[in-house]
Design a protein around this ligand. Sequence first.
Ligand code: FES
Length: 613
Amino acid sequence: MKRCKVVIQPGNREIFASEGDTVMDAIRGSGADFDFPCGGKGRCGKCRVRIVGGADSPSDGEKEFLDEEEIEAGIRLACFTAIHGDMEVRLYEEKKREHKILLAGEERAVFLEPLLKKTYVEVAQPTLHDQSSDWKRLKESLALKVNPGGKFKIRLPVLRSLPETLRESQHRVTVVTEGEEVLGIEGPDTTRTMFGVAFDIGTTTVVGYLMDLLTGKEMSVVSALNPQAKFGADVITRTNFADQEKNGLEILQTAVVEAIDDLVGEAAEKAGIRRTDIYALTMVGNTCMHHLFAGLNPKYIALSPYVPVTGDALSFDAADFRIHINPAGKVFLFPNIAGFVGGDTVAVILATELDRSGDIKLAVDIGTNGEIVLGFGERLVSCSTAAGPAFEGAQISSGMRGAIGAIDHVYFGDQLKYSVIGGVKPEGICGSGLLDVVAGLVRLGIVDANGRILPPDSITNPSARPFLKHIVKNNKANAFLLADQGSTGHGRPIMITQKDVRELQLAKGAISTGIKILMEIYGIRTEDIKEVLLAGAFGNYLDPRSACAIGLLPPELENRIKMVGNAAGSGSKLALLSRSELERASQIAGSVEYVELGAYAGFYDMFVDSLKF
Ligand code: FES
C-alpha cells in the first residue's frame, strides 16, 4: 500500500499515512491538539483544515459545509478528506484558546471529617523479653489511640516496608487509615499535613480544587479542557469512540487520567506543597465521564434501555490509576443516579441541599446534556435531556465554546451590539450569545413562533427596522448576519442560520419538555416552584431574561432564578472534606427518582408543543 508523507502545521509534525486514510487519522496519529466535535462522523463541519497536496476531491457531504471559495482556497474537512499523496495540512484553529471555565460555586459549612485519617503513635520497641512482631506492636498502639476493639488490616506493600519505617523513625510513626485498614505508615509525626483535591470532570472542562483537609481551606484551583474533546464533543460521540475505535476506551481513559495527574501537579505547585502531601481525590462527573475515568465501557448507557455498568460510588488506590499523590492516597468516585444523570447531578443536590429543602426547587444544569431535578426534601425527581450540543456550539454553524473570541452576549438597542470574550474580534458565538440573539429576534418578530427567520418584507414590527439589513441569504435560506467578514478575527462572517435556530429550538424544546414532565409527575404547577437553581457554566453565563423569553425556562419563574455556579465542584469539595457528605451522596443517588422522558406517555406531543417560541 502506498505510504504518503503528511506534514501537520503549525509544528511541522511529519507522519506517514496509508493511501486512503483520512486526514483526521493523520492528525490524530501525529498527536496534534485538534478537536473533532462530532467524532469524525461528518455532522458538525468543524474540522476545517487547509490542505496543500494530495487530497481527493470533496464529496457532496463535505460541500454542504464548505462553499466554492473555501474549497478553492484549499479548505477541507479533515474527517471527510482521504489522503492520496504527500500533503501539508494546516490546522485551522491554530490559536490555543483560553477558555472561560467556571470555577466558583455555591459554598456551605461542613463538619470536617476527612476520608482518610492520620494517627500519630509511639510503638513499643521490641526487646528480648517482648519479641512480638512489628505489626502486632503497631496494631496495639493504634488500637489504644483509635479503637480498642479495632480489627486492623494492613496492605501487603505497607507491611513490607513496616520494619524499616519503624526503625528509621525510632518507632514514632504516623499511620494513615481508612476505617480499620492501614493504607500507609510514615514517620515521624505528619499529622498536621493532609491535603486532597476535589475534581469536577465535565465533558468539556476539568476543574480541581486543592483543599487542606484539616482546616477546610481552599489552597488552589486549577482547570483544563477535557482532552477527550479531541475525540468528540459530547458523551454519545465519545461512547462510540470508546466502543468502536481500536483501543478507544483506553485512549479516552488515559487522556483524562493524565489530565488529572497534570492538574494535581499544578495545584500542588500553586499551593506550595508536595504531591505526596495529597491523600485523597474526589471525582464527580456525568455517568459517561465516571465510566471512562474508571475504564468501564459506557456502551450500554447509549443503547436503549440505557443501563450503566454500575451506579455505585467507587474507590480505588490512586497508584493503580497512575495518579501521583501519596502512596497511601485514594480516589473516590461519586455514585450515579442513572445512565444520563450522573454523579455531577448528585453533587449539585448535595451542594444546594435540595434533599433537605423545605421548598420545592428546580435545579437545571445545562452542559453537553441538560440534567433537571425537581422537588424538595425526601422526594426528588430527575431527568436528562439531549440539549447540549447547541449550547456548547457543536452543532451551530458559527458555534464555539465559551472561549476567547466567542460572542457571549448580544443586545438589540438602537443598533446591534455584542460583547466578545477577551475583547478581541469575534470568531464565533457561544451558547449564551446564541440565546440572546434568538430571544431578541423572537421579540422583534424577525423569527416567528415556529422558528422561521422571516424575509425583511414580511416583518411588520417597527422596532425591527434597524436590524432588517442583517437578514441575508445563506444556502437559499434566510439567516441573520451578526458580524460581517471584515469585523471577525478569521475573516469569515458570523451568522445565525435557519438551521441554527432549529437546533436551538430542539434544545430548548427538550429542556422545557423535561421540566413540564417532571412537574406533571410531581403534581405541581409552575407557581409552586419557589426557586430555580441554574448550575454549570452555561447556566451561570446565560441571561435569564433570554432563557425565559424563548421558553427554555418557564417565563413565570424569571424572578426566582438563582445562579449557583459550579455546584458540582462544590459537592465534590464537600465529600472530600467529610465522609458523612460522601455517604450522603450515595443516599441521594439511591433515592432520587429517574424519569426516562422518551418512555413517558405524551412526551412526543409535549416536545412538539415546546418547540414553539
Ligand atoms: S465534520 Fe469532521 S469532525 Fe465533525
